[in-house]
Design a protein around this ligand. Sequence first.
Ligand SMILES: O=C(O)CCC(=O)C(=O)O
Ligand SMILES: [Fe+2]
Length: 311
Amino acid sequence: MSVDYATATATVVKLGSKIGARIDGVRLGADLSPETVELIQSALAEHKVIFFRGQDHLTEDGQYEFAELLGSPTTPHPTVTSKGVKSLPIDSEYGRANSWHTDVSFVDRIPKASILRAVHLPSYGGSTTWASTVAAYEALPEPLKVLVENLRARHTNVYDYAADRSDTAAANANGKAYREEFESDYYETEHPVVRVHPVTGERALLLGHFVKNFVGLSAAESQALFQLLQNRVIKLENTTRWNWQDGDVAIWDNRATQHYAIDDYDGEPRRLTRITLAGDVPVDVHGEPSTIISGNAEHYSIIEQVSPRAA
Ligand SMILES: O=C(O)CCC(=O)C(=O)O
Ligand SMILES: [Fe+2]
C-alpha cells in the first residue's frame, strides 16, 4: 500500500481571521494525490489566498501541470500574447501591479484563480497584499448591501492606470510596449457589483481598477461611489500581506479577492510567473449574469462549468 506522504503531513496554517493561509508539507507538482488536491481546493475556498514555501523544484512546466489539477489553465492573457506560451511573466520591466484589482475582470469569463510562482526577487520590498471581497461585502450596512446588489459596473482593459499610482515601469520603453499590447484589443464587460460565488455561495464585491463606471451613474458619481466601496475592500482587517521568498507559490481565489503588488524595490529586477485558471461568468443575487459589451474572450479561456461544493 502506498502512503500519501503529502496528505499525511499537510497542514493549513491560518494567517488572519478574514483571509490567508499557508500550507506546509506539500510538494507541488503533477503527482499530487486527489486528497491533497481536495485539501488545497477547500483551503482556497475558505481562506481565499493560500501560500506554499519551498517549492524551488517547480519549473514553468511543473507549475502548469500542477495548475491542471486545480482546473483548466487559460492562455496567458487575452491581449498580452507575445510574452509566454504557458504562463504570463509578471516582470517589473513590463509593469508593476501596484493598484488594487481582480485579475482580467474586463472579460465575461473572469479566471477563477491565479497561481503565482516566484522566479527572481529583489533584495528588499516587493510584497503582495490580498483583500477579501467577501469580507468587504459582509461588513456593509444593510442600505449599502441593497444598493450594490442592484448595481452593475462596466469593466475595461483600457483603464485609467495612472489614476492612483506612479508606475515606474510605465515610463520605460518595455513598459510602454507592454501597455500597448495590453490595450491592443478592446474589452468591455458589464458585471454585477455583487457576485454570488459559484462554489461557496458567498456574496463578494466585484470591483478593482478595471472598473470604468457604474451603469446609470455619471462619471463623478461613479468615481465617488467606487472610492467608497474600494475603501471598504482594502480595509486592513480584510487583507493579508505576503513577503516573498525564493521558491514561494501563491494561489488566490480571483472570485473573492483583489490584490496589490507593492512597488517598493526601486530599480531591482523582480520576476514571477502567473497561470490563471478558467472561471465561470459571474451571476448576481437575482440570477442575472454579466453581459459582454465588447470583445470575445473565447481564445483566452473556456467557461468553467462549476458544481457547488457540499458544505
Ligand atoms: O507582482 C505581484 O506580486 C502580483 C502581480 C499581479 O497583479 C498578478 O500576478 O496578477
Ligand atoms: Fe493581478
